[in-house]
Design a protein. Structure first.
Length: 202
């Protein structure tokens, strides 16, 4: 009897959802908010804005499945959206189609598998930004909530993330054990069947 892991069922569900394209206004709004967030984070790192300022006018396109966003570096060392038909100097294609795989990789502190095409120097700068620029969520929240509440909230979120990570790891292990047990049982049944057939033939 064939069995499916909960992860494959999840991926199948996401694939079906992905076939339903979100409205263009929703994609536009999300990308607008994302650029605002990226620029907010960049403004906290002077070295990052200095590097981006030297790349003014260079264009990077990021794509995952049917979704894509085109960004250009500004003279101020920030990012702005470009039109989809703008020729990109660098293209980053997220190879992992499964959002679950991307989430699991992120929780493990890794990076998703990315196919890179285009300018090598620009790719090196983007990689530097990814490695060195971090969003200090707690500091931003402390300006709104105060130091103690912000620390408590961030600590709670970290505990939730750690719990989710442990849950995912345990589920993966359980799935592997279940599959191993199933294969073992099927092999044993096959051997018994062979022996019965041999005796019947004898």
């Amino acid at each position: 009897m064939a069995t499916s892991s909960p992860f494959s069922l999840f991926d199948d569900l996401v694939s079906k959802i992905n076939s339903l394209q979100p409205p263009s206004w929703a994609v536009d709004e999300v990308q607008h908010r994302l650029v605002l967030l990226l620029n907010h984070v960049l403004m906290q790192e002077s070295e990052a804005t200095n590097r981006l300022a030297r790349l003014k006018g260079r264009v990077v396109r990021v794509q995952w499945r049917t979704l894509s966003m085109t960004l250009a570096a500004t003279p101020a060392g920030l990012l702005e959206r470009s039109t989809p038909d703008t020729v990109a100097d660098l293209s980053l294609l997220v190879a992992d189609e499964s959002p679950f795989t991307i989430l699991q990789t992120a929780l493990n502190g890794g990076k998703p598998s990315i196919k890179i095409e285009g300018d090598v120097q620009l790719a090196a700068e983007v990689n530097w930004l990814a490695d060195h620029v971090r969003w200090d969520v707690e500091e931003d929240l402390s300006r709104i909530l105060g130091d103690a509440p912000a620390h408590a909230l961030v600590s709670t979120v970290k505990q939730i993330v750690d719990g989710l990570k442990s849950f995912l790891v345990s589920k993966v292990a359980d799935t592997e054990v279940s599959n191993t047990s199933l294969h073992s049982s099927l092999n044993s049944a096959a051997k018994v069947s062979e022996k019965v057939s041999e005796k019947a033939a004898g």
